[in-house]
Design a binder for this molecule. Structure first.
Ligand SMILES: C[S@@+](CC[C@H](N)C(=O)[O-])C[C@H]1O[C@@H](n2cnc3c(N)ncnc32)[C@H](O)[C@@H]1O
Ligand SMILES: Nc1nc2[nH]cc(C(=O)O)c2c(=O)[nH]1
Ligand code: SF4
Ligand SMILES: [Mg+2]
Length: 207
């Protein structure tokens, strides 16, 4: 039987939850509780969590339970990721997290309209399903994955869509790191509004 997911956001398809160190982007190095929601139809061929794509494989879990689990950990920060978390209405989850004194961070492709109340929005736009303009305007951080040369132009097109204070990152696609890192280094030296983001958790062998 297919999941029937209530629109009020009280039940969400939870793939996994884990306490770790944010490995990427502006908040790299900071402890956070990760909530990974199942379901994504963006279809990045290099996605490093393809097991997340089919929401049906991930049990519907009460948002209250997720908040209880998050509150048990010393770092009062949650990263909501996926899958594509903005497929779901995240208003209820984020309101409860913030009521419990927990900061709310999201990792999103921006392919769906924004819901939820966020302390930090990391937008990682994808060619396979472009982001909605509203998410770009609200983003605190733009993190573009560089798989080939054409991604530098894609990065600049999205840098033009974000707000003035938004941090700009180029992150090598993991399997193409060896080839793309020298080009990213060169690009950032020539275009210093950009910074490099690496998937440091993969080097640290942590989740
Ligand atoms: C798995 S995605 C989930 C959240 C959301 N669907 C998104 O793409 O932003 C989490 C982050 O990992 C990045 N990512 C996924 N696969 C990657 C890979 N092979 N190399 C580098 N970054 C990757 C995404 O761009 C995103 O910033
Ligand atoms: N440590 C760690 N940091 C991360 N930052 C973003 C991640 C994600 O998959 O969304 C991620 C992840 O999977 N692990
Ligand atoms: S949008 Fe995110 S979760 Fe979906 S396929 Fe792309 S990287 Fe994977
Ligand atoms: Mg990851």
């Amino acid at each position: 039987m297919a999941h029937i997911i209530p629109e009020d956001g009280t039940l969400l398809p939870l793939m996994e939850e884990f306490y770790t160190i944010q490995g990427e982007g502006f908040n790299t190095g900071k402890a956070a509780y990760f909530i990974r929601l199942g379901g994504c139809d963006v279809g990045c061929h290099w996605c490093d969590v393809k097991e997340s794509w089919d929401a049906e494989l991930h049990a519907l879990t009460s948002a209250d339970t997720i908040v209880e689990h998050a509150a048990l950990h010393p770092a009062k920060a949650v990263v909501v990721t996926g899958g594509e978390p903005l497929i779901y209405n995240l208003d209820y989850l984020t309101e409860k997290l913030q009521q419990n004194g927990i900061k709310t961070f999201i990792e999103t492709s921006g392919a769906y309209p924004l819901s939820g109340s966020w302390d930090w929005i990391c937008l990682s736009p994808k060619k396979f399903k472009a982001p909605v303009k509203e998410v770009a305007k609200q983003a605190h951080e733009l993190k573009v994955i560089v798989f080939n040369k054409s991604d530098f132009l894609w990065a600049e097109e999205h840098a033009a869509m974000v707000g003035p204070g938004c941090k700009l990152y180029l992150q090598p696609e993991w399997s193409k790191s060896k080839e793309m890192i020298p080009q990213i280094v060169d690009y950032v030296m020539n275009n210093p509004k950009w910074e490099i983001s690496l998937q440091t958790h993969k080097y640290l062998n942590i989740p």
